[in-house]
Design a protein around this ligand. Structure first.
Ligand code: OGA
Ligand code: MN
Length: 222
């Protein structure tokens, strides 16, 4: 259960979900430089840092089920999955993403029906080689989300998210605090480049029910 907290005003306008939906349909990804309220970004960054320091994050694996393995040369982050009720800041964030999920469903017809998210911490030098977020045997992950928690990030500190849109030039997006990036999980190869400083983020996925047939709108993308 989400802990009681004052409801966040719907501080993103109706235009934002529509903009995201248009971007995802036209080019498979979308970027917004200021998404979460500044105080929430700060609280989430402090929580991620505290949890990292206390050893609560675990080395992330690659693959799924019995095939899952920690392969630091492929994926070097440490993660902690969010649970409703773990903190007021996480619950505020999860409420906002729920609001976004409902709004996206109005314009995107992808049938997004839940959101899962984890904190991620990349120590200097850690990276995540080029990959897709959708598993071969599970098509539930539909829209990938990343929200960055790093104030005053400089380009020369590296750590970009590099998108590889099919048939187009790569796009590098630096992990500046408050920035939101979304992309289609099935169609967008991407990687995390190593940085010279700690790199904190929230990664998340809007999921469909796995048995739901792909809609024509979805098939038409990418
Ligand atoms: C992931 C991922 C991108 C980023 O966690 O699967 O690709 O910029 N993250 O942190
Ligand atoms: Mn990924």
């Amino acid at each position: 259960m989400l802990v009681d907290a004052p409801a966040d005003p719907a501080y993103f306008s109706d235009a934002l979900p529509q903009h995201i939906a248009d971007d995802l349909t036209e080019r498979g990804w979308s970027q917004h430089n200021i998404f979460l309220p500044a105080d929430l970004t700060l609280a989430l960054a402090a929580e991620c840092r505290g949890l990292t320091r206390s050893g609560a994050l675990q080395s992330a694996g690659v693959g799924r089920g019995r095939m899952q393995a920690v392969r630091p040369a492929i994926r070097g982050d440490r993660i902690l999955w969010l649970k409703a009720g773990q903190s007021a800041a996480c619950d505020r964030y999860l409420r906002i993403m729920e609001h976004l999920r409902v709004a996206l469903n109005r314009s995107l017809y992808l049938g997004l029906d839940e959101y899962e998210s984890h904190f991620a911490f990349y120590a200097p030098g850690a990276a995540y080689l080029k990959h897709l977020d959708r598993f071969r045997d599970d098509n539930a992950r539909t829209v990938s989300v990343v929200i960055y928690l790093n104030p005053d990030w400089l380009l020369e500190q590296g750590g970009a998210l590099r998108l590889h849109p099919l048939g187009k030039c790569t796009e590098d997006i630096s992990p500046q605090a408050s920035r939101l990036v979304l992309f289609l999980s099935a169609d967008m190869p991407h990687e995390v480049l190593p940085a010279t400083r700690d790199r904190l983020s929230l990664a998340g996925w809007f999921r469909r029910r796995p048995d739901k047939p792909l809609t024509p709108a979805f098939n038409g993308l990418g």
